[in-house]
Ligand binder design. Structure first.
Ligand code: HDE
Length: 699
């Protein structure tokens, strides 16, 4: 009987070889031949003759239960997802390496820190915390910064965040914290947001969270890029050297490109324009050979120094100011390869703080202690069983062998009779090693067991105040705006007033600014701290801005072209931007391109309707006579310029009077009239500076 074929099927089979359509460099669509000798098969290896049509009883009849090929394919598809992570569900990963600058043998026997000639492979996963897997990148949230070092002595996972402190002091509060921040259980929203009642209800009842509140309401929780944010191990760990000498350590990552953040108004708009903004940014940078780099910095200190602090180094709600224990930069991490497969690598990677190597050891921080249990446990349900370490992305790159056996998804076929130790039947079976094995560092333990919190954990406000008073005026203003936004979304007045009470304790001017913005002057609930805060010496290292040398490196400049623009000016500008290590994106009203002053069509890379200026670090608008009028009547162009001005970015323009009257564009700091080529330099140095906070509106 003659069978009817679907149109795609006949298209795909017009030649003797199957064809598919693929995008190739330059954007044209090309026919691609698949190699003829690789037949598609079932999972059992059976070649498949028709991958377009299921097995039917008659041409228009029902599908046969007998169609095992259809059933295998659909069944596999039905089970393609693993449960998403309970927290940090949305993330993106990258491969790279870590290389120490020098041997750190004096303080640690960790192999990956002892030889500057050795590059240790790493896999990094950056993430948000609260949102589900499909949420958008620019949620106001802590960012996860998890690094798996595949060292010669086993995997070391440094599972950190982009903020050096945490909300709670004891792991037993973690489920409550996360339940409060996630979607509210009755209504299933809000997604990826702290701005709702349950979060602020819990937080306002947890004075220990106040330091973290300062960090999450700062610009740090809306980073410009994963490449431009710091990372922290958060807890105090121990370093152990060959002779058993012990020091304390805090881990820090510092981005080579410096810190950058976006404004809240930008974050909201980026989430609409490009919900994958951060993952795209990382992916593109690596694909283009612009490899992100982070330096590893250690704060190393001894017991005596720890005893001198007014806080407890085991309390994860505290930092050690860098001015008191400076960072020692010990090596760099370079991210130089994108994953081949998002699911197999980024989704299946399993980080566990309990993955440790000789030379590093834990501390008694009660939060860390709880984490040592939780991560292994969560992988059992997320990855389906105890053999997740055999997945390629999780397997150590050094030899590993023990006598654990069987279990779901076992990939190995172990041979022989022996699966126990000690044994005398198999001399080649793995044995314990006193020399090379991991030894927990000897530490004194004292006291009676009990559900207690040390008195040394009871100051909840001094470091919150320290943070607020250390950051720049622009950051303080953004924090006050953020708190106003968040608390305005809280429906229950009592929660708002309780939070205002905490803010008053942290810093009266902050408490008053937020009270007034909410219209709740004088209504803050009176909060009496367990321990009165003390005024600490401000720590400039806590600032986000004013820390880096002005640079355009790694940034992106949007060039909006209007008809009749000067092609030489455009080319010179692009060349200067690229010389700075930045990228220029050519934006045109219609994607096919724009006409320059000589009437030549110049292709666009992105269309204006899909590329608001929030996607760029600086912008320029180039247009000739007439072209400028057209832009002035285009709402997207007006919004493009108005937003860049409002967001305090460097703005260059050529073709006057540019959008006069509609964009709000007036001359001012960082706004450069590109009347002549000599002005390109002015625009570049303005763009290097980044933001001109003096232009920021009052609110
Ligand atoms: Fe996590 N955390 N966490 N966390 N965490 C997880 O493990 C947990 C904490 C962090 O990209 C989970 O594999 C408890 C602090 C990152 O895959 C889970 C406590 C810090 C990631 C878990 C904390 C982190 C996670 C969920 C309080 C910064 C993502 C999926 C005791 C130092 C790793 C998973 C990745 C993920 C538990 C607190 C960072 C449920 C119980 C503090 C970066 O095991």
């Amino acid at each position: 009987m003659k069978r009817n074929k679907s149109p795609e099927s006949s298209l795909a089979k017009t030649s003797s070889r199957p064809i598919s359509f693929a995008k190739v460099k330059g954007g044209e669509t090309h026919q691609q031949s698949a190699p003829a000798d690789v037949p598609i098969t079932t999972n059992q290896g059976l070649p498949i003759s028709d991958n377009q049509n299921s097995l039917r009883a008659g041409t228009r009849g029902p599908t046969m239960l007998e169609d095992f090929i259809l059933r295998e394919k659909i069944t596999h598809f039905d089970h393609e997802r693993t449960p998403e992570r309970i927290v940090h569900a949305r993330g993106t990963g990258a491969h790279g390496y870590f290389q120490p600058y020098r041997s750190m043998k004096k303080v640690t026997k960790a192999a990956f820190l002892s030889n500057p000639a050795v590059k240790t492979p790493v896999f990094v996963r950056f993430s948000t915390v609260a949102g589900e897997r499909g949420s958008s990148d620019l949620a106001r949230d802590v960012r996860g910064f998890a690094v798996k070092f595949f060292t010669s002595e086993g995997n070391f996972d440094l599972v950190g965040n982009n903020i050096p402190v945490f909300f709670i002091q004891d792991a037993i509060k973690f489920p409550d914290l996360i339940h409060s921040v996630k979607i509210e259980p009755d209504r299933g929203f809000p997604q990826a947001a702290t701005a709702h009642d349950t979060f602020w209800d819990f937080i306002s009842l947890m004075p220990e969270s106040m330091h973290m509140v300062m960090w999450i309401m700062s610009d740090r929780t809306i980073p410009r890029s994963f490449r431009m944010m710091e990372g922290f191990g958060v807890h105090t760990f121990r370093l152990v050297n060959e002779s058993g000498g012990i020091k304390f350590v805090k881990f820090h990552w510092r981005p080579k490109l410096g810190n950058s953040a976006v404004l809240w108004d930008e974050a909201l708009k980026i989430n609409g324009a490009d919900p994958d903004f951060h993952r795209r940014d990382l992916w593109e940078a690596i694909a283009e050979g612009d490899f992100p780099e982070f330096e590893l910095g250690l704060q190393i200190f001894d017991q005596k120094t720890a005893d001198e602090f007014e806080f407890d180094v085991l309390d994860a709600t505290k930092i050690i100011p860098e001015e008191r224990v400076p960072l020692e930069m010990v090596g760099k991490m370079v991210l130089d390869r994108n994953p081949d497969n998002f699911f197999a690598e980024t989704e299946q990677v399993a980080f566990c703080p309990s993955h440790i190597v000789p030379g590093i050891d834990f501390s008694e921080d009660p939060l860390l202690q709880g984490r040592l249990f939780s991560y292994l446990d969560t992988q059992l349900s997320r990855l389906g069983g105890p053999n997740f370490h055999q997945l390629p992305i999780n397997a150590p790159k050094c030899p590993f062998h023990n006598l654990q056996r069987d279990g779901i998804h076992q990939m190995n076929v172990f041979k022989g009779r022996v699966s126990y130790e000690p044994n005398s039947l198999d001399p080649s079976a793995p044995r314990e090693s006193q020399d090379r094995g991991f030894h927990s560092s000897a530490r004194p333990v004292e006291g009676a067991i009990g559900r207690v919190r040390s008195e040394s954990f009871s100051d909840h406000y001094s470091q919150a105040r320290l943070f607020y008073r250390s950051i720049t005026p622009a950051e303080r203003k953004h924090m006050s705006n953020a708190l106003t936004f968040e608390l305005s979304k809280v429906e229950t007045e009592a929660i708002r007033l309780r939070m205002l009470g905490h803010l008053m304790v942290i810093d009266e001017s902050l408490g008053e600014a937020v009270s007034s913005a909410l219209g709740a002057e004088g209504k803050a609930q009176k909060i009496t701290p367990a321990k009165n805060p003390i005024d600490l010496e401000p720590s400039p290292a806590l600032r986000l801005y004013d820390k880096r040398k002005p640079t355009l490196d790694g940034r992106k400049v949007g060039l909006l072209l209007g008809a009749g623009f000067d092609p030489k000016l455009k080319n010179d500008l692009v060349a200067r931007i690229e010389k700075e290590g930045a990228k220029a994106a050519i934006i045109t009203g219609r994607i096919q391109g724009e006409q320059d002053a000589q009437g030549r069509a110049v292709p666009g890379q992105i269309a204006l309707s899909g590329s608001p200026s929030v996607l760029f670090d600086a912008v320029a608008v180039l247009a000739g006579k007439g072209g400028d009028d057209a832009l002035a009547n285009d709402p997207n162009a007006i919004a493009f310029v108005m937003d860049a001005v409002r967001h305090c970015k460097a703005v260059g323009f050529a073709g006057i009077p540019l959008l006069a009257g509609k964009s709000g564009l007036k001359t001012g700091p960082g706004i450069v009239d590109l009347a002549s080529e000599s002005k390109i330099g002015d625009l570049i140095s303005a763009a290097r500076q980044g933001r001109f906070w003096e232009r920021e509106e009052e609110k």
